[in-house]
Design a protein around this ligand. Structure first.
Ligand SMILES: Cc1cn([C@H]2C[C@H](O)[C@@H](COP(=O)(O)OP(=O)(O)OP(=O)(O)O)O2)c(=O)[nH]c1=O
Length: 214
């Protein structure tokens, strides 16, 4: 099996936010593209759902890495929004965004992110997998239909769970949060840092040629 110079983790994700957050704590990583089906189970709770999908995404990445002869830790993650028993994924139309943001308007909802790390064991076929879930409560200001229409036109809602981005224009809708901010953006750094410490994955690499995505 191969290793890659200057890479400590493979990020099994296409999310630019996750890459940016990992870069922010100075982890040396490389993105890998692994397909993973995301289908909610009939009676699955939001935390169970993100835990399962984070684990599946890490597994899918691990398989791609293994097929390419790479033997490095693999990180997978999934974020979802839950509000009064409903799970809100990415809206694919203005109508869906309208229904979601009306539901979130003026109330409190929960954002869950699962983070899963697969770490190679001593023997070639061996690995350990650990998956953790973060939860943040988010309170929204009342949002008007006209605001939702204007917000949809920015293009921001469509690739975000719940139809908003707290890190972007969507911040205008947010009154306050309780819990991790980076969890809402898609990668709870408090969990990632904890996993890095437990598995001796270096953070705070500050060589400008080595930091972040390699
Ligand atoms: C609530 C919220 C979600 N999001 C994003 C985080 C996730 O990228 C996205 C939820 O979709 P996910 O399915 O978790 O992730 P993804 O499809 O973007 O990336 P991948 O599966 O390849 O890792 O919503 C924000 O960026 N800001 C927010 O405020």
């Amino acid at each position: 099996m191969l290793t890659m110079n200057n890479v400590d983790v493979l990020l099994s994700s296409q999310s630019p936010r996750r890459a940016e957050l990992l870069r922010q704590i100075g982890v040396r990583f490389c993105k890998i593209n692994a397909e993973c089906e995301e289908v909610l189970g009939g009676d699955e709770s939001a935390p169970d759902y993100v835990q399962r999908l984070a684990s599946d995404k890490a597994q899918a990445g691990w398989q791609v890495a293994t097929a390419e002869g790479l033997r490095l830790p693999v990180l997978g993650s999934d974020t979802t929004v839950a509000c009064e028993g409903r799970i809100l994924e990415k809206p694919s139309s203005l109508d869906e965004a309208m229904a979601m943001l009306r539901h979130l308007s003026g109330g409190v909802h929960q954002v869950y992110t699962g983070v899963s790390l697969i770490y190679p064991g001593l023997e070639e076929a061996e690995y350990q997998q650990v998956t953790r879930v973060a939860k943040t409560d988010v309170w929204m200001r009342p949002i008007s239909d006209a605001q939702i229409e204007a917000y949809w036109k920015t293009g921001e809602p469509k690739d975000k769970a719940g139809g908003y981005g707290i890190q972007g224009f969507g911040s205008a809708f947010v009154e306050k949060i309780s819990g991790s901010f980076t969890n809402v953006v898609g990668l709870p750094l408090e969990i990632v840092v904890q996993l890095c410490e437990e598995y001796n994955i270096p953070i705070w690499q500050n060589d400008p040629n080595e930091i972040g995505e390699q």
